[in-house]
Design a protein around this ligand. Structure first.
Ligand code: EPU
Length: 421
């Protein structure tokens, strides 16, 4: 295992480029399975999660090669409908091969993903949607077995329960619907940019989809799709993480190769927190103009503030004078970073799904443990301003979702090194 040693105190200054979106590319890789022919996907970040998906796709019988950010997937016509536990358990997004396998092969057997550090993450909505399209579903020995009764048939689906929408459930149902007979309407669809990116990829393959980016997606099923070339959108969460990095270190950073429109809620909060955020076509410049001000943040589905930046926002609040409140509406237990930030001197009180953060004058470096991807990012941000050295252990979580993190931070003036634990 490896750890990061971070010497706090440097301001982040300069320019940084954002990589392709992890959460867009993973479903797109699964969608590539919908054709026999080769798809060439560009702007693919070299991350553990992407490597896991490559292994999964190969285990299903497709060819997949990732070189210099370009991923070639050739599914061919000998796909196997089986996704084993050993691959699915390491990455929940593996569950999005369910829809494409069912659509192409008429059956799929995919391991249930199991537990996760950010709280329970059921897949009932995925199954509800696929069932509505005509799949028979059975849960057996930890696996979901689905089989299309005859062929999948389009229908109207309300993809909701007692909460908001689900990103990967929308993806899964969309990927099954594009090859189903007739018209499918997905109501309460997730509106995240990653869903729109998947729809754009599917449209290029020949799918007929309308309304993506809104809560109502309409699909007219087609018989066959073709392999295509496609460029994945930039990672809005990586971009947002560097924005909080500039804010917490009193820095001045131009974040390039990103889409500012995907981060309006975050930019709004950073303004309220006392940052100047200049928007350009594919970049933002973030710098501090005066004192930091406390803000309240509630995470909700897009276009509201994303749960995947909650921990990073909290890192900033720990050193913002006054009281800030975070309410987590997507994953009410996603607060594993709180005790670790506490070890660095942060004053945070948990009250149900809310965290009340009392800003402190300084954080101090300490050994801390990463628990999930975004919690780890928050610990790194806190370490950048902490006095002395912080050791962030178990950084394989970070390697799942941030490409070249320490290299990018060091190019902005941070002092971060990687060591074996
Ligand atoms: N939910 C259900 N039933 C379902 C599906 C979801 O109850 O069948 C609930 C979840 O428990 C949660 C809420 O719905 O309370 C939203 O979860 P969602 O399904 O949207 O999450 P996801 O699609 O599994 C993706 C991202 C997550 C991100 C969430 C929310 C990928 C690969 N993962 O997960 O990303 O937090 O959307 O935006 O796209 C991360 O990158 O660190 C990460 C966790």
């Amino acid at each position: 295992m490896e750890k990061l040693i971070i010497k706090g105190g440097a301001r982040l200054i300069g320019e940084v480029e954002v990589s392709g979106s992890k959460n867009a590319v993973l479903p797109i890789m699964a969608a590539a399975l919908l054709s026999e022919g080769e798809s060439i996907i560009e702007n693919v970040p070299d991350l553990w999660d992407v490597q896991t998906m490559v292994r999964l796709i190969r285990s299903l019988g497709a060819k997949a090669i990732l070189e210099n950010g370009v991923l070639k997937i050739r599914p061919g016509n000998n796909l196997k409908p089986f996704a084993p536990y050993k691959l699915v358990k390491t990455m929940r997004a593996s569950v999005c091969v369910l829809g494409p396998l069912l659509a192409r092969l008429g059956e799929a057997e995919v391991s249930l993903p199991g537990g996760c550090a950010i709280g329970p993450r059921p897949i009932d909505l995925h199954l509800k949607g696929l069932e509505a399209l005509g799949a028979e579903i059975e849960i057996d020995h930890g696996y979901v077995r689905t089989k299309a009764k005859k062929s999948l048939r389009g229908t109207e689906i309300y993809l909701g329960g007692g909460y908001g929408s689900s990103v990967l459930a929308t993806d899964n149902v969309l990927m099954a619907a594009v090859l189903a007979a007739g018209r499918t309407v997905i109501e309460n669809a997730a509106c995240e940019p990653e869903v729109v990116d998947l729809a754009n990829f599917l449209r290029k393959m020949g799918a007929k989809i309308q309304g993506d980016g809104s809560p109502r997606i309409e699909v007219e099923g087609v018989k066959k799709l073709r392999g295509v070339s496609y460029r994945v959108i930039p990672d809005r969460i990586e971009a947002g993480t560097y924005m909080f990095g500039a804010a917490i270190t009193n820095g001045d950073v131009l974040i390039r190769k990103m889409e500012p429109a995907h981060l309006n809620a975050v930019i709004d909060k950073l303004h309220q927190a006392g940052m100047k955020v200049e928007k350009y076509k594919n970049a933002v410049r973030v710098k501090r103009t005066g004192k930091l001000r406390p803000v309240d943040v509630t995470t909700l589905p897009y276009p509201a503030f994303p749960t995947d930046l909650q921990a990073q926002a909290m890192a900033l609040m720990t050193v913002t004078p006054g009281i800030s409140i975070i309410t987590e509406k997507i994953y009410p237990n996603r607060f594993m970073h709180v005790p670790e930030l506490g070890r660095m001197g942060a004053k945070i009180f948990l009250e149900g799904a809310s965290a009340i953060v009392h800003g402190v004058k300084k954080l101090s470096g300490a050994p801390v443990m990463a628990s999930d991807l975004r919690a780890s990012a928050a610990l790194v941000l806190a370490a950048l301003v902490a006095q002395g050295e912080t050791e962030v252990q178990r950084i394989y979580h970070l390697d799942r979702g941030y490409e070249n993190l320490e290299m990018k931070l060091n190019s902005l003036g941070a002092q971060v090194r990687r060591e074996k634990e």
